[in-house]
Design a protein around this ligand. Sequence first.
Ligand code: AMP
Length: 554
Amino acid sequence: MAAERLQFHELGLDDRLLKAVADLGWSQPTLIQEKAIPLALEGKDLLARARTGSGKTAAYAIPVIQRILSSKQSVREQAVRALVLVPTKELGQQVQTMMRQLATFCSRDVRVADISGKADVSTQRPILMEKPDVVVGTPSRILAHLNAQNLVLHSSLEMLVVDEADLIFSFGFEDDLKNLLCHLPKIYQSFLMSATFCEEVQALKELLLHNPVILKLQGSQLPDGTQLDQYSITCEEEDKFLLIYTLLKLHLVRGKTLVFVGAVDRSYRLKLFLEQFGIPACVLNSELPVQSRCHMITQFNQGLYDCIIATDEQSLVDPAGSSQTKGKEKKKGTEKGGKAKDKEYGVSRGVDFQNVANVINFDFPTSVESYIHRVGRTARADNSGTALSFISHTEQDLLAEVEEALSGEDGTSTLKPYEFKMEEIEGFRYRCRDAMRAVTKQAVREARLKEIKQELLNSEKLKTYFEDNPRDLQLLRHDKDLHPAVVKPHMRNVPDYLIPETLKGTGNPLSNNRRRRRLKSKPDGVLRSSFKKNIPGKNPLKSFRYKKGHAGKS
Ligand code: AMP
């Protein structure tokens, strides 16, 4: 029998915090919260390795808020008491949201400000002049404010959190971080959260932490097979498109899905390809203004979109944690074309995509770390999830690396083969080829420009962005009219005769709206080849079965 887990009310927290936790619907602390919160409340420094989605933000946010509430009982004077360093703007916003949620019932006593992105330094000055209790930001932004004396920490800071510490290094923030430490007081409590304990994190530990407690909670950095199903399927370039079309169009993939590709152009290629079949998808990459990206993630979390195609460029430019590149990363990633990338962008790391049912690696990640962080977007907290990786011939070695890193102690493989009979969907090949032909290089380029243009127009901070990125402004001025790929009406529907017998019943949503509504209302499920196998009232992920005759596993 598992040992009794501590409950939130047993942690000695302020009632206002307990109320917020209850409002969030959290019934009990996650493992890291259960371990970290009591230690943090004792005043210990912590170095915690926790897998993504383990509830690590609240593991430090709860004690930070608790300590501020306690401090303020004796010293009411307004001051910046906690600093949270994050590697990306997205994570900054997410941390702010989480902290504000937790401080809902003490929002006068605990004010949180995220200054990780958006406005320029001078615009943010008034925010800092009010001395928010918690300041969240990227190291470079915080340093800029410290240097401009908009932020003074040496007498007031009580707590420092470095979140996703390993990524802070791989994003090239090392120098900023070191310079920033000179502005801090001699004594403060520190929390270092990191997915990996790489060399740099060890070095930072020496620098920051005093006699820390080290929490290595999970042996594996991904949830086990009861919570997360991981599959791989070998397919070459054209088959990747054929398969993703089938999975999405026939609703074999159900629920919110993150599709990862290896480069920005590929994300537009895939989007234009899917568009022709009436399959909507958002594209998320570092070229888009931060407001657009955050807004997109928020809307995705609210359930507005089913599918995001994300470019995990970091894993290409600088495989986070890869031993070859550690410490040698450039400050800014560059793509082939030399276009500067936003270094504070990170889709697969840290960002809280909520209730993601599926992660599909359309292009396989280039490192184990990247695999873990991509796949870690699903099966978060207590939810289930599925990851499916398409593996081309050239990616086999990477798959072997991932398999080796993730295999169980008994040598069992974590990634099961996704036994999908490709020959059964041959009938779709012709239309897929047709759609692929329409996605020319020119169409991809135009879509990419159109998207940037649209998103910039959508973004309130248009001017700021253009000031920071004059090249994009130039590009836009020389932009031609867009010619989106021609969408042929017949491509939207799937004629019945093309659907393999074994996949019938998965539905052609556009030809039968009533059916579609019915299917939509079913719980999320993933990669099942038949809804008929769905056991009512059960999580379909747990009852995952291939229909007999279609695939080997039955
Ligand atoms: P994190 O690892 O901090 O990114 O958190 C992952 C997700 O878990 C977030 O959506 C949190 O809202 C959620 N979460 C955090 N703590 C709990 C908890 N005790 N119970 C349920 N969900 C939680």
